[in-house]
Design a protein around this ligand. Structure first.
Ligand code: BG6
Length: 536
């Protein structure tokens, strides 16, 4: 697992000290990379879907951040492919405007403040636009001619497009000979594929087989952007770089684990996509299973890609296939946070698509057998909160039977992924005074208190790793398939028809049926809307 620079924003040159933004004719030198970090090798990044949201909001900001950190080689080129003719200068200007807007917007993932003009200039000079349809030969012929101008070029083909284009693009790349490695001087050819990687086990298998008929597994980088988050990568550091946690990280001591990815936003203009996908497919067998994998995997012997991915693959393989009984679906209705899902644009007025999903998952291995992992995700919930809470087993109560204490609050270690970054631990102490009274307290760590905040959209590490050929944070074909396999009975119930979808008010904690899912095991969800343990 490679890391990008952690150069704090404060250490970067102030924008006012840099030349104003313009694209100069002669290539500028890349900003120096920080000590101990090597720039990625020279490479051409071909982005299919250059006009799309992903490119604007995440890929270009990430490339810009890598340029600021000096982690790109002077030989870097970025070719943007999209349908519709336009001049490269127009594409550059569009991207520049979007980056400026996002940089200034505190609510945006890329809130870098003012753009560093020198870094943007460096990126802008390397941009080239190429018009073309993703399903016809023309653009691939043009690309081939272009790439042949640099014999042995390293090329990454980034599929930032709707999933229906994955197969035709890979097929065209393969047939045009663009995926052949090592023929003219040893350049690499890699394909980056965004989710959704299939919509169920059969389609994921079919997609894997299709891609692997044109490329080797080592050329395929399947992205799950959750793995680009520092707080997710840090799960392995918290678990394996400390003596404290690992001894109790097992069924003998852990009562249950809750993994939450709650959002306050609705479908945000993605009605068409969401109607086909739903919360379960959108988040569960990918993002939430990735978090589960990081929490549950055995320690690898190294951060070598295969060592880490083998351990994660063991977990997806050990997940007990979910049944419809283990899962609750919900859909938001009109509530304090706004209109119902069925009133959103591009959503059918009688839609039964779920915007919330909760599941009880078991990992059937020696470390975890019998420990429930409760997963939940949803739109328009009471709070934005992505976190993992590990609850320890209760301690024997007998010692406290003659004290005013009725019950002890369980110990919970919470790994906060987003939007707060850090950890907290709930435990009990004696309250001051002459009587043995127990008080629940919380000890908390916030990244911001220890490390300078970095402008990071989460794609920097993933892009940089792909350029370096480090596949640790990317998903292998086998893990994708075992994850879909674990949820296949929910997507295609053998009996009983479609899953029921329960209503919940927009802005609430989710459907009551999801509470009942935990209540039957004697558990309860941690409230989404909560403050840290109250200080007096
Ligand atoms: C995406 C889903 O993969 O992840 C979105 O398609 C979801 O529906 C998003 O909103 C959540 O990601 P993050 O990083 O904002 O928590």
């Amino acid at each position: 697992m490679s890391t990008t620079s952690n150069t704090p924003a404060a250490d970067r040159p102030a924008a006012s000290q840099l030349p104003s933004c313009k694209v100069s004719a002669s290539p500028q030198e890349a900003p120096a990379s920080p000590p101990g970090k090597r720039p990625a090798p020279p490479c051409t990044l071909v982005i299919f879907g250059a006009g799309g949201d992903l490119t604007k909001r995440l890929l270009m900001p990430a490339m810009y951040n890598l340029a600021v950190d000096g982690l790109l080689d002077d030989g870097m080129k970025i070719i943007g492919v999209n349908h519709g003719e336009r001049e490269t200068s127009v594409w550059r200007e569009d991207l520049h405007k979007s980056l400026e807007q996002f940089a200034a917007d505190k609510a945006s993932t890329f809130h870098a403040g003012k753009l560093d003009d020198k870094a943007w200039d460096w990126v802008a000079q390397r941009l080239e636009y190429m018009a073309g349809e993703f399903e016809t030969d023309d653009v691939f012929t043009k690309l081939k001619q272009k790439l042949e101008q640099t014999p042995g070029a390293n090329v990454i083909f980034y599929l930032a497009v709707s999933a229906r284009f994955f197969k035709p693009i890979v097929e065209h790349l393969g047939k045009a000979g663009l995926l052949k490695e090592g023929d003219s001087g040893g350049g690499f050819r890699r394909i980056v594929i965004e989710k959704p990687f299939g919509t169920d086990l059969a389609s994921a298998r079919d997609l894997n087989a299709h891609i692997l008929s044109y490329a080797k597994e080592t050329q395929v980088y399947r992205i799950d952007h959750f793995l680009g988050k520092d707080t997710v990568q840090s799960i392995l550091a918290v678990r394996f770089a400390n003596a404290l946690f690992e001894p109790m990280w097992r069924r003998e001591y852990i009562d249950s684990v809750q993994i939450t990815a709650a959002e306050t936003i609705g479908v945000e203009g993605r009605g068409k996509f969401y109607e086909q996908t739903g919360a379960f497919r959108d988040m569960l067998p990918n993002h939430l299973f990735q978090l589960l994998g990081m929490v549950a995997m055995e320690p690898p012997n190294s951060f070598d890609a295969e060592a880490v991915r083998d351990k994660k693959a063991e977990i997806s393989d050990a997940i007990k296939p979910l049944t419809p009984d283990d899962v609750v679906f919900g859909q938001y209705e009109k509530g304090p946070a706004g209109v119902g899902y069925r009133e959103e644009p591009d959503v059918a007025p009688d839609s039964t698509t779920e915007t919330y999903a909760a599941a009880r998952v078991f990992v059937e291995n020696w470390r975890w057998a019998g420990v429930p992992f409760y997963l939940r995700t949803g739109k328009r919930l009471a709070a934005r909160r992505t976190e993992i809470s590990v609850q320890l087993k209760p301690v024997p109560f007998r010692l406290f039977r003659d004290t005013p204490v009725d019950a002890l609050t369980p110990n919970v270690l919470t790994l906060r992924i987003d939007p707060a970054h850090g950890t907290s631990f709930d435990f009990n102490v004696k309250t001051p005074g002459p009587v043995m009274q127990i008080g629940a307290v919380q000890s908390s760590f916030d990244y911001a208190d220890f490390f300078a905040e970095r402008a990071n959209v989460g794609y920097e590490t993933l892009l940089y790793d792909c350029m370096l050929g480090d596949e640790t944070l990317f998903q292998r074909a086998d893990s994708i398939e075992t994850s879909w396999c674990a949820v296949d009975d929910v997507l295609h119930p053998k009996a009983g028809g479609a899953m029921p979808v329960h209503g919940y008010a927009a802005g609430s904690e989710g459907p009551a049926e999801a509470d009942a899912l935990l209540a039957r095991d004697g558990h309860a969800w941690r409230p989404l809307k909560r403050d840290a343990v109250q200080k007096k």
